[in-house]
Design a protein around this ligand. Structure first.
Ligand code: GH3
Ligand code: MG
Ligand code: MG
Ligand code: MG
Length: 313
């Protein structure tokens, strides 16, 4: 059996471990920060924080690729900082290496328990710390890459079916708890088989990318999601919005795709268009996720029947 290892450096958009990474050094003693800065500044962008609050704020705003974290600090210990990073979905995947002068086994155990990936003692040995950091950066980049391959549609860059299913379940539960509606819409490119037949499969792929970007660009709110859920079919998830609101959003989607002006001789309007079905539900005892999607699909069917390039609820 042969195993294919993906070459991280060969993949577009992926920073390799040999490329500059963003490291955050957290220590209350400037002299310790300086020592690590000296080790890494030639190869990486080194950022500094002298207390826990600063470190957490930095990680939430602009997550670094790795954190080198002191344990003993006056206001908030490194252990607390690490636990806070691991408890937040936004920062949990940032690897934390503890750098400490503590050499007590119980203290070391506490660092591992807090979620650190490594433990380095001071005074630091430049060769050791450089290679440990390199190893953890490589692991981090590889796991980021795997996550991206598992969750993102390779052709268009929007979410894939797996991410969509996972988010749908989560949003359904969240909207149910909040007593909020959840809307969904299915967007299907009109006469796309004819487009491929006339302009070729490569042009078809390019069209899919443009349509995906147009849909994504029309969804304004941070919680909205578009996923490629079929060959030339996209599903939008619109949390906390009722049918009227969802109709407004997807009418914009329909117009945005048409406005791309992608010539399509075999289409009613002479350009690539989409048909959209939309539905909304309250996640209470009566309704189900499957019911919501079936309703959206019925709307899509009606939009096709009514002449395409339109939205139907
Ligand atoms: P309708 O207006 O009724 O939706 O007609 P349609 O031709 O769009 O629908 P149909 O389901 O008959 O054809 C879908 C086409 O989408 C067929 C298939 O070749 C094409 N397609 C699916 N996935 C891809 C892809 O990844 N790239 C390209 N270029 N074409 C794709
Ligand atoms: Mg300290
Ligand atoms: Mg289709
Ligand atoms: Mg179609």
């Amino acid at each position: 059996m042969s195993v294919t290892l993906y070459d991280v450096e060969a993949l577009p958009g992926t920073a390799a471990a040999s490329q500059r990474a963003r490291l955050l050094v957290v220590d209350d003693q400037p002299i310790n920060i300086r020592a690590l800065h000296e080790v890494f500044s030639a190869d990486h962008d080194v950022f500094m924080a002298t207390n826990g609050a600063q470190a957490l704020a930095f990680c939430r705003q602009t997550p670094p690729d790795l954190v080198l974290l002191d344990v003993v600090m006056p206001d908030m210990s490194g252990l607390e900082v690490c636990r806070a990073l691991k408890a937040d979905a936004q920062t949990e995947s940032i690897p934390v290496i503890f750098v400490t002068s503590l050499d007590d086994p119980a203290e070391e155990a506490a660092c591992w328990d807090a979620g650190g990936v490594d433990f380095i003692t001071k005074p630091i040995n430049a060769l050791t710390v450089r290679n440990r950091v390199r190893a953890h950066l490589t692991l981090k980049l590889q796991s980021d890459l795997l996550r991206r391959m598992a969750w993102v549609d390779g052709l268009t860059g929007v979410a894939n079916r797996r991410q969509f299913d996972e988010r749908l379940e989560r949003e359904w539960q969240r909207c149910r708890r909040a007593g909020q509606p959840l809307s969904a819409s299915i967007v299907d490119i009109d006469h796309f088989k004819a487009y491929n037949d006339t302009y070729g499969h490569l042009a078809g792929d390019d069209c899919l990318r443009q349509v995906a970007a147009a849909i994504e660009g029309s969804l304004a709110r941070a919680g909205d999601l578009v996923a490629r859920t079929g060959g030339e079919e996209f599903t939008c998830l619109l949390p906390e919005i009722d049918l009227d609101g969802a109709l407004t959003v997807v009418e914009n989607v329909e117009r945005a795709v048409r406005a791309l002006g992608i010539v399509h001789a075999g289409s009613e309007l002479g350009v690539v268009t989409v048909s959209i079905g939309v539905a909304s539900a309250r996640a209470d005892g009566e309704s189900t996720i499957a019911g919501l999607l079936t309703q959206a699909d019925n709307g899509l069917y009606r939009a096709k029947r009514a002449g395409r390039a339109r939205v139907c609820a």
